[in-house]
Ligand binder design. Structure first.
Ligand code: AKG
Length: 311
């Protein structure tokens, strides 16, 4: 069935080319809705997102809500090493937890957070569709040892390895520590969402086993990143705990390692439009595991209003 879908789906963004990198214009909108008074964000915010490919919104949660979220994140991270499931990924050279995937399945509080109107409601507006979670994760980036995330477009991987057909997905990153200019905040290239960089190099089998610690395939060439950075500039998404960063699936981003004593922990929820459900991967021999790329539980979220509470 999946294979049939593969033949039906036209590949709008061929990538993982054997002999070259190739840059083509984006073929999908960035902001899918027309702004109106009923929108959950202001007209200026909507315009900023369309032009730059991301939007930083501060003070989205009350102190009580943040305390709950931060406690829950610590509790997950402190799972004994011998009890950690496969969806807990450690740092390249240490046993510290780098990422917990399937956050919404490990914690009812994070599942509730994902469905909150402050995240899912905004995602519905940006994508002009009902949404479901393609992936969720918490990147801890511990003090001293937290390693970098190299420059990439998420869509390039989700298209190549997960089979998302079009650029109709958005990430919401909830800052669970302060993100300063020094502790490895998310860096973005504003405007990069408008260009698709088809990457050089075919996908090795089980690429995710190494790419989640340090990504090597599916990343732009250094000269290309240089040109993009010179042309568009770089920005950092800094802010206090409780800031939310929305970024389009094709905005180039990455982050530096964290040698400061202060951890930088951010939760990420990837909302995909229900009409953009995954087909067979466009450039990999088999789909990634369910915990990395949801293809089995495509349930539209009904956004929930109100405060996050314990239990
Ligand atoms: C990823 O997990 O794909 C990221 O780009 C995360 C970047 C970060 O946590 O700083």
């Amino acid at each position: 069935h999946d294979t049939l879908q593969h033949f039906d789906a036209v590949d709008a963004y061929p990538t993982r080319l054997p002999d070259r990198e190739q840059i083509t214009p984006r073929r999908d909108p960035v902001l899918w809705s027309d702004w109106s008074e009923a929108a959950p964000i202001s007209r200026d915010e909507a315009e900023h997102y369309r032009e730059n490919g991301y939007l930083v919104r501060r003070d989205m949660f009350s102190p009580d809500e943040l305390e709950l979220l931060v406690d829950t994140a610590k509790h997950l991270r402190d799972t004994d090493a011998d009890k950690r499931p496969a969806d807990f990924v450690t740092e390249p050279n240490s046993d510290d937890v780098r990422t917990v995937f399937r956050l919404d399945e490990h914690s009812p509080l994070f599942a509730r957070l994902a469905a909150d109107t402050r995240l899912a409601g905004v995602a519905e507006f940006l994508l002009n569709d009902r949404v479901y979670l393609h992936q969720s994760r918490l990147n801890y980036k511990p003090g001293f040892k937290g390693k970098e995330f190299y420059w990439h477009s998420d869509f390039e991987t989700w298209h190549a390895e997960d089979g998302l057909p079009r650029m109709r997905a958005v990430s919401a990153s909830v800052l669970l520590t302060d993100n300063s200019s020094t502790n490895g905040p998310l860096m973005l290239i504003p405007g990069s969402q408008g260009e698709f960089i088809a990457c050089l190099g075919e996908t090795p089998d089980d690429n995710h086993e190494s790419s989640l610690k340090a990504q090597e395939v599916g990343v732009p060439q250094p000269d290309t990143i240089t040109r993009f950075a010179q042309h568009f500039g770089l920005d950092t998404a800094t802010g206090p705990t409780g800031t939310v960063v929305f970024f389009d699936c094709n905005t180039l981003h990455g982050s530096n390692g964290n040698i400061t004593p202060d951890p930088r922990s951010n939760a990420f929820f990837v909302f995909n439009a229900v009409t953009n459900r995954p087909v067979s991967p466009f450039a990999a021999s088999k789909p990634r595991p369910q915990w990395l790329a949801n293809r089995e539980l495509i349930q539209p979220i009904d956004p929930i209003e109100g405060r996050l509470t314990r239990g």
